[in-house]
Each structure stands twice: as structure tokens, then as C-alpha cells.
Design a protein around this ligand. Structure first.
Ligand code: IYR
Length: 220
């Protein structure tokens, strides 16, 4: 039998919304989120550190397997480190676009117009590299890592968008080089790279639409 002690319990924090306000509140949230777009053209205008700190604070409230909170957020702002990050990512991406990617994958990406060049890794004021934290000398084996970190990244993107910042979820492949660039130990595995900043004045995005409600939701 397990001898593990249980956590003591405390009253659940209350976040009560008057019923007559709840539709308006969630409508406003959805309307704000509808204006989020993946942006690839960033201004060099710096982002206040506090904005990123609070967004990470929101991300770190995500639910996680066995509450092990298996995430690490590395905020890269030093221009020299951003340059190293860009150089290494472009080396991998060049391989991807010119050799590794299947024809089918390249065809799926073609309408977005992406290629191996990643100037946003230097132009954006900050680049947040999100790592999964696996079992290591000081960290227990986590559960549902991808699900937990994915939810945290969702909170992070929502928080940064609320603050008027643009983001891009970038996934260089493979990502091992990020341990060295970010000085992180082997038990940490990069999950996604998120340039964060103000959009460039002339930033353009593909003219794409979101699916309709009846395509994404089923009520039964
Ligand atoms: N990692 C590459 C390719 C890429 C893949 C998907 I799926 C995208 O939605 C966009 C890009 C890159 O970042 O360019």
C-alpha cells in the first residue's frame, strides 16, 4: 500500500461571474481571440519584460499530469543569442525544405509561402523557447507531457495576444540544437519556439478563414 501523504485541501478559489454577464464576457474573449493571427513580420520595438512575465505566469497555471508542471520557458532577448538561434534553426530548416520534407508536406505548406529563411528569430523583441521537462537528476518522470505543455502554450499565446503582442508558433525540426543555444540540460526537450513582439507596420498575413461553428462543434 502507498505510504504517500495526500495534499491537505483548501476551499476552491471562487471566480463567480453573474449569470447575466457570462455570455458577454466569453463573447468578448472569443472576439479578441478571433483577432489573433500568426504573424511573421515583426517590428524591433522592445516588449516590456513585465508583459512576458505575466503571460508566462498565466501559462504556468495550466493543468498538468499529476500536477508536475513539466514546462520551462526560456526567454531569449540577447541579440547575439537570437542570431545563434536563427543560424542554427535556418540550418535545420534548409535541410527540411530541401531534403527531409515529403512532397505532400511541402504541398500543404505552399499556400502559406513559408521557406527556410527565419528572419523573425532575430527581428522579434523576444523569442520564447518552450521546453518539456522530462525525468532527470532533479525532476520526476512526468505524465501527459505533450498535453500539459500544449495547454500551457495555449494560455501563453492567449495572454500575449491580450497584451497586444503578435506571436508565431515556430517548430524547427529537429529541435535538439535548442538545448545548446538555450543552455538547457538534456532532460529538457524543446517543444516550440515562439517569437514575440509588435507586428511590423506593414505586416501581412495570408487571407485564410476559420472553420464555421457547425464544422467544429457537434452537440448531441
Ligand atoms: N518547421 C517549418 C515547416 C512548417 C511546418 C508547418 I505543419 C507549418 O504550419 C509551418 C511551417 C517552418 O517553420 O517553416
Amino acid at each position: 500500500m502507498s505510504t504517500q501523504r495526500q495534499y491537505p485541501v483548501v476551499p476552491a478559489p471562487r471566480f463567480d461571474v453573474p449569470p447575466e454577464e457570462s455570455v458577454e464576457r466569453v463573447r468578448a474573449f472569443a472576439d479578441t481571440m478571433a483577432l489573433r493571427r500568426t504573424v511573421r513580420d515583426f517590428s524591433e520595438r522592445p516588449v516590456p519584460r513585465g508583459v512576458i512575465e505575466h503571460a508566462i505566469r498565466a501559462a504556468a497555471t495550466a493543468p498538468s499530469g499529476a500536477n508536475l508542471q513539466p514546462w520551462r520557458f526560456v526567454v531569449v532577448t540577447d541579440p547575439e543569442r537570437k542570431r545563434l538561434l536563427r543560424d542554427a534553426a535556418e540550418r535545420e530548416e534548409r535541410e527540411f525544405y530541401e531534403r527531409r520534407a515529403s512532397r505532400e508536406w511541402l504541398d500543404a505548406l505552399a499556400p502559406l509561402g513559408t521557406d527556410w529563411r527565419k528572419p523573425f528569430l532575430e527581428d522579434a523583441s523576444a523569442v520564447i523557447v518552450v521546453f518539456e521537462v522530462h525525468k532527470g537528476p532533479e525532476t520526476p518522470r512526468p505524465y501527459y507531457v505533450k498535453e500539459s505543455v500544449g495547454i500551457a502554450v495555449g494560455f501563453l499565446l492567449a495572454g500575449l495576444h491580450q497584451a497586444g503582442l503578435a506571436t508565431l508558433t515556430h517548430t524547427p525540426s529537429p529541435m535538439r540544437f535548442l538545448n545548446e543555444v538555450c543552455d538547457r540540460p538534456q532532460e529538457e526537450r524543446a517543444y516550440v519556439v515562439i517569437p514575440v513582439g509588435y507586428p511590423a507596420d506593414d505586416a501581412m498575413v495570408p487571407d485564410i478563414a476559420r472553420k464555421q461553428m457547425d464544422e467544429v462543434a457537434v452537440w448531441t
